[in-house]
Design a protein around this ligand. Structure first.
Ligand code: NAD
Length: 486
């Protein structure tokens, strides 16, 4: 692993790079080496004020007057420039998050660019309607931007989850204040650089770095912000909902999950094994939709678990910057400690450890690496069946019939995603209807597309990201009545 020169990065407000008003900075750590790789400005409430002022001026300035098509062209240029800089941005994503460069370069950065491109295409296709009302009136609707949107994102897919918000927000004519997670600010800053490079007018995209508890809170309480698009922890989401109430902000919340991955006895076992493995270990399990509860039919479970444990043991952590690595470092020390705590709880509660369970070492003696971990014989009400770990720890629960599987799957406060593995088309669709989740995968896992909506049921949040559905969350509708009575 190469030594990295420590760089200092600033806030982007009104297309100007500046230090935080209070002069504070925060360290950014590479979780694979435990080294500080950058410092970033740590904003306070007065920086948020400045960003809001810049954003409002942009709304009332050239951005507000720009044609929708021209706006779309600029968003499209963001996508193009991001792909031109993909190698460098992917490297930053890997450096601050610990995910393999394969995931950053081949999956996440291209998906972020595709999201920008997709919404660029929507910009001039957001239309109102004419309405056949009673009386002699011309009544039509205008679909207008909300105004200043704050996008608050977590550290697991820092750039992609920013793109899911920034792209529809800009395409719909809003202006954005982007606040990345403290651990992973570098790719949001790169997106800010790209915005300046492609000629987004000043104030249209502002990037504010700083702790969620102070600067995030200042954003949520700010009367000059119209909407919060948030992805993060369920408890943070609840706090945001409460804090946003005073100013009646619109909010969309993408929160946690404890998604069931259900293997029926008639499944293609090899495919289900691959799905169970990638479902929990892709992204080191730091994936909101991770298939962290494996529900397996009792009649096939013993053989299934033997094979699954063998697969998990073969997944070896490696240097995230090595293109061959498929399993990287957990994103932070805090995250490593959380995973270790849950593994200890699972053991104490009597679950059977069949793979992993320990810190991993890639030969450097450094880094927050943790082995892919599988628990069998987990009780449905055990802590690791109920609580989101957000790490590479799988809880396996057995069932004996379809309705028991559905009941177990739905016995969760969360409802982000679910998957079913079966060769029976009727059972597959029956389950798809019964499962309380915003996404149901059949014979696959962790598949996403910008054109398909994504979001939660229950405590996994509300609102949908991606697809045409997201446009509703970045626009408001105005009815216009014209008296035509002669
Ligand atoms: P987090 O809630 O701690 O932080 C998310 C963001 O919110 C960060 O930018 C943080 O600085 C900010 N924040 C923290 N406190 C705040 C406050 N009081 N006011 C405003 N902003 C505040 O979550 P995390 O640990 O970064 O991310 C992990 C969580 O995100 C997991 O629960 C995971 O399931 C969830 N997640 C959900 C999705 C989804 O699409 N549903 C996707 C990815 C992650």
């Amino acid at each position: 692993m190469s030594l990295t020169v420590v760089e200092h990065k600033k806030l982007l407000i009104n297309n100007e790079w500046r230090d935080a008003a209070g002069g504070k900075t925060m360290d950014v750590v590479n979780p694979a080496t435990e080294e500080v790789i950058a410092t970033v400005a740590s904003a306070d409430a007065s920086d948020v004020d400045d960003a809001v002022n810049a954003a409002r001026a942009a709304l009332n300035g050239p951005w507000g007057r720009m044609s929708a098509r021209e706006r779309g062209r600029l968003v499209s240029r963001l996508a193009d420039r991001l792909m031109e800089r993909a190698d460098e941005v992917a490297r930053l994503e890997t450096l601050h998050n610990g995910k393999p460069i394969f995931e950053s370069r081949q999956i996440e950065i291209p998906a972020a660019a595709e999201c920008l491109e997709y919404y660029a295409g929507w910009a001039d296709k957001i239309m109102g309607e004419t309405i056949p009302v009673k009386g002699n009136y011309l009544t039509y609707t205008l679909r207008e931007p909300l105004g200043v949107v704050a996008a608050i994102v977590p550290w697991n897919f820092p750039l992609l989850l920013a793109a899911w918000k920034v792209a529809p927000a800009l395409a719909c004519g809003n202006v954005v204040i982007l606040k990345p997670a403290s651990q992973t600010p570098l790719t949001a800053i790169a997106l800010g650089e790209i915005a300046v490079e492609v000629g987004l007018p000043p104030g249209v995209l502002n990037v504010i770095t700083g702790p969620g508890s102070s600067v995030g809170q200042a954003i949520v309480e700010h009367p000059g912000i119209d909407k919060i698009a948030f992805t993060g922890d369920t408890s943070t989401g609840k706090g945001i909902m409460r804090a946003a109430a005073d100013t009646l902000k619109k909010i969309t919340l993408e929160l946690g999950g404890k998604s069931p991955n259900i293997v029926l006895a008639d499944a293609d076992i090899d495919a289900a094994l691959r799905g169970a493995t990638t479902g929990i270990f892709y992204g080191k399990g730091e994936v909101c939709a991770a298939g962290s509860r494996l529900l397996v039919d009792k009649s096939i479970k013993s053989e299934f678990m033997d094979k699954l444990a063998a697969r998990a043991k073969k997944m070896v952590a490696g240097d995230p910057l090595d293109p061959k690595t498929r399993y990287g470092a957990l994103a932070s020390k805090k995250q490593l400690e959380t995973v270790q705590r849950y593994v200890a709880i699972a053991k104490n509660e009597g679950a059977t450890l069949v793979a992993g369970g320990e810190r991993a070492d890639i030969g450097t003696g450094k880094g927050y690496f943790f082995q892919p971990t599988v628990f069998d014989q987990v009780a449905p009400d055990a802590t690791i069946s109920r609580e989101e770990i957000f790490g590479p720890v799988l809880a396996t629960i057995e069932f004996t019939d379809l309705d028991e599987a559905i009941a177990l799957a739905n016995a969760s406060q969360y409802g982000l995603a679910a998957a079913v593995w079966t060769r029976d088309i009727k059972k597959a669709h029956y389950m798809a209807r019964k499962l309380q989740a915003g996404t149901v995968w059949i014979n696959t896992y962790n598949i996403y597309d910008t054109a398909a909506p994504f979001g939660g049921y229950k405590a996994s949040g509300f609102g949908r990201e991606m697809s045409s559905h997201a446009l509703e969350h970045y626009t408001q509708v105005k009815s216009v009545w014209v008296d035509l009575n002669m």
